[in-house]
Design a protein around this ligand. Structure first.
Ligand code: PRP
Length: 176
């Protein structure tokens, strides 16, 4: 259940329609070449978006999952630079698309791109459901995104607040 301290930003129909558009755009970008494509889901937040996105695509893909170590009490975003779970497929010579729920400061994505780039893929690109720019600290290309936001703490459709609200089928902004 959503709480009274949040309001809906994107309802399920709006999200579904945007995800279908993203799937079509990704098909358009990769489908013609017939080259290997690996989609990497960044756990936990991207899991619902990832599941919907891959089912909106026609291009054959390999899937894998990565999980960044959680923030500790004293840990800053810049220090969140190791995996608690790495991917298991080889990406060498393959196109890679990293799928995130949100790019905020950009440090997580910058780290992921650097690590995957070093494994000699054919290319590395980024697909994020939310492209949030107000707190960006790293200059990053976001190749595909669902919705652009300036600020706000958002939950639902995989995104959490202290692990709550991931299961909501819409995206909500928490009110301060
Ligand atoms: C969130 C989100 C991104 C990262 C973005 O993950 O899923 O991975 O933060 O932030 P940044 O651009 O400032 O680096 P979180 O650590 O909340 O983990 P979760 O996906 O398991 O909720």
């Amino acid at each position: 259940m959503p709480s009274e301290h949040m309001h809906c930003l994107f309802d399920p129909q709006t999200i579904a329609s945007r995800v279908r558009e993203l799937g079509a755009a990704i098909d358009q970008a990769y489908g013609q070449a017939g080259e290997p494509l690996v989609l990497i889901c960044v756990l936990k937040g991207a899991f619902i978006f990832f599941a919907d996105l891959i089912r909106s695509m026609q291009t054959p893909v390999e899937l894998d999952f990565v999980r960044m170590a959680s923030y500790g009490q004293q840990t800053t975003r810049q220090e969140k630079v190791h995996f608690s779970k790495d991917i298991e497929v080889s990406i060498q010579g393959k196109h890679v698309l990293i799928v995130e729920d949100i790019v905020d400061t950009g440090h997580t994505m910058a780290y992921l791109k650097k690590v995957f780039d070093a494994r000699r893929p054919a290319s590395v690109a980024v697909c994020s459901l939310i492209h949030k720019i107000g707190r960006r600290e790293v200059d990053l290309d976001i190749d595909f995104y669902g919705f652009r936001l300036d600020k706000g703490f958002i939950v639902g459709y995989g995104l959490d607040c202290a692990e709550a609200y991931r299961q909501l089928d819409a995206i909500y902004e928490l009110e301060e």
